[in-house]
Design a protein around this ligand. Structure first.
Ligand code: NDP
Length: 499
């Protein structure tokens, strides 16, 4: 083993060998379906575990357990300070098992162990504690009224925030633990109960944290995990009549499908969807800051980040200099397994995703586009994709408009900032964007004109628990994070009293 190779913990090996069931009502339960789903290690293409492939009956059992827990009021009526303490204890337990969870995440997802430690655990713990704190900040308003009848009657009113009920959480595969906890924590802080479905590709870490939630004192039935396929288990969950709210993160295509079926019962939905995020580099930008910021903004987690910068528009005077600098930076990246702490770029999540990204690159190559690629990886059966720059791609190429969700970015020369802004906004997506300049006036003007839920100035992709996040246009509806986060998990009730 090389000096930079991480040694697998005993607890991780033991967890992988378990015959994983479904976590329902605070304990492991067998699925009624005989089939199992394999979990693969993207670093070498080998199977590392198997999980249950939940049926609609299993999902029904999980939702009924959650509904029963909600109706018992055991969680919703707990004093907020006690609920907060349980959630803080949950965060402490996740922290105590941080290395185990980080290794599991790297093994099932492929990402660098450094990213698993810093983001899937470090950032997730910040989010967990921030959200736990919101438990004791739930509040309504008192309202003055002017109801004119009967004459002389007086009224007083207030609003209260009440938990919505059973939440269905649907999680993608790019940050399985972090995004999973972005659903579990606000639901639980608001007093709701949750049934969560991780992606079939990356189910392991949520299964492990469900046990830790019970150990922390989350009552049985409040936090349930079902593993299964999107089209069966996922569809059964979001369409269940007892589900009051769906919190979905994933592709725009699946998000629209969920929104359509939710409309039938007016189920509440939050949709965090895809992005094709532009970075607008003005001619006075600091080139060193741009390359440093956009290499991270574009290649973090192999570009499998909804907020990643994937279209970089550069004003003409800086274009050649920045293209050369980006090329040098891309060619310096070492590609290797996530458990090798010295590798900068790691495998993408699955063979299917490797092929999907490959098809975008092949199409660009066939069109005669200039491709500048880095290291292709170890070639050991793992799902590697060389980090690639596509220079001035033809506007008709799919990778100009569609989300690649891989280590592939477009560098585009624009005559001036106005052209850059027009191209940046010429997309059906509106998740994130950035503007790079040293001119304060330009920074403020362009941050207002870029059509995206989050705009960074001289930075890209960095998010925070206290900074609301979500999409404009077809990148979604609703906002996560920030002081108002729990509003998405509460109904606002008006109470009016005559006296
Ligand atoms: P998908 O939409 O394919 O899947 C997301 C989740 O939905 C998975 O758990 C999937 O299950 C499940 N699912 C699939 N079909 C259905 C269905 N009919 N009903 C209910 N659930 C279903 O997205 P990916 O997993 O491929 O994730 C990548 C996408 O997520 C990208 O587009 C990315 O931009 C987006 N994303 C958005 C973020 C944001 O905050 N805006 C953050 C991170 C990612 P299964 O995997 O088992 O099929």
């Amino acid at each position: 083993m090389s000096a930079t190779q991480v040694e697998i913990l005993e607890s991780v090996s033991r967890f992988l060998q378990r015959s994983h069931g479904l976590y329902i009502d605070g304990r492991w339960q067998e699925s009624t379906a005989a089939g199992r789903m394999a979990v693969w290690n993207p670093a070498d293409g080998r199977q590392i575990a198997s999980v249950a492939d939940a049926s609609a009956d299993d999902v029904n059992r999980a939702v009924n357990s959650a509904r029963h827990a909600f109706e018992s009021r055991i969680w919703a009526d707990m004093l907020p300070a006690i609920r907060e303490r349980v959630l803080l204890r949950f965060a402490d337990l996740v922290e105590q098992h941080a290395e185990e969870l980080a290794q599991l995440e790297t093994l099932e997802q492929g990402k660098s162990i450094a990213i698993s430690r810093a983001f899937e655990l470090g950032c997730t713990l910040n989010w967990m504690r921030y959200t736990a704190g919101l438990t004791t900040k739930i509040s309504g308003r008192t309202l003055e009224l002017s109801i004119p009848m009967p004459e002389g009657a007086r009224y007083q009113a207030w609003t209260r925030k009440e938990p919505t009920g059973v939440v269905a959480g649907i999680v993608p595969w790019n940050f399985p633990l972090m995004i999973g906890m972005w659903k579990v924590m606000p639901a639980l802080a608001a007093g709701c109960v949750i049934v969560i479905k991780p992606s079939e590709t990356t189910p392991l870490t949520l299964l492990r944290v469900a046990e830790l939630a019970s150990e922390a004192g989350v009552p049985d039935g409040v936090f349930n995990v079902v593993t299964g396929q999107g089209s069966t288990c996922g569809a059964a969950l979001v369409n269940h009549p007892a589900v009051a709210k769906v919190s979905f993160t994933g592709s725009t295509q699946t998000g629209k499908q969920i929104a359509r079926s939710a409309a039938d019962r007016l189920t509440r939905v939050t949709l965090e969807l895809g992005g094709k995020n532009p970075a607008l580099v003005l001619k006075d930008a600091d080139p060193v800051l741009v390359v440093e910021g956009l290499m991270t903004g574009s290649f973090l987690n192999q570009g499998q980040v909804c907020a990643a910068s994937s279209r970089i528009y550069i004003e003409a005077p800086l274009f050649d200099r920045l293209t050369a600098d980006f090329e040098q930076a891309v060619k310096s990246l070492k590609v290797g397994p996530g458990l090798d702490a010295s590798a900068h770029i790691n495998p993408v999540v699955s063979l299917a995703h490797q092929h999907k990204i490959g098809a975008f690159i092949d199409e660009a190559r066939a069109s005669g586009a200039t491709l500048l690629s880095g290291d292709a990886g170890p070639g050991n059966g793992g799902f590697y994709v060389a980090p690639t720059l596509v220079v001035n791609p033809d506007a008709g190429l799919r990778l100009v408009r569609e989300e690649v969700f891989g280590p592939v970015i477009n560098l585009v020369r624009v005559a001036d900032a106005a052209e850059g802004l027009r191209l940046a906004n010429d997309t059906e997506y509106g998740l994130t964007a950035s503007v790079w300049t040293q001119n304060l006036g330009q920074a403020l003007d362009y941050s207002a004109r870029l059509q995206a839920g989050t705009v960074w100035i001289n930075s890209h992709t960095l998010i925070d628990a206290n900074l609301p996040f979500g999409g404009m246009k077809q990148s979604g509806t609703g906002r996560d994070f920030g002081p108002d986060w729990l509003d998405g998990y509460c109904e606002e009730k008006s109470v009016c009293v005559r006296y």
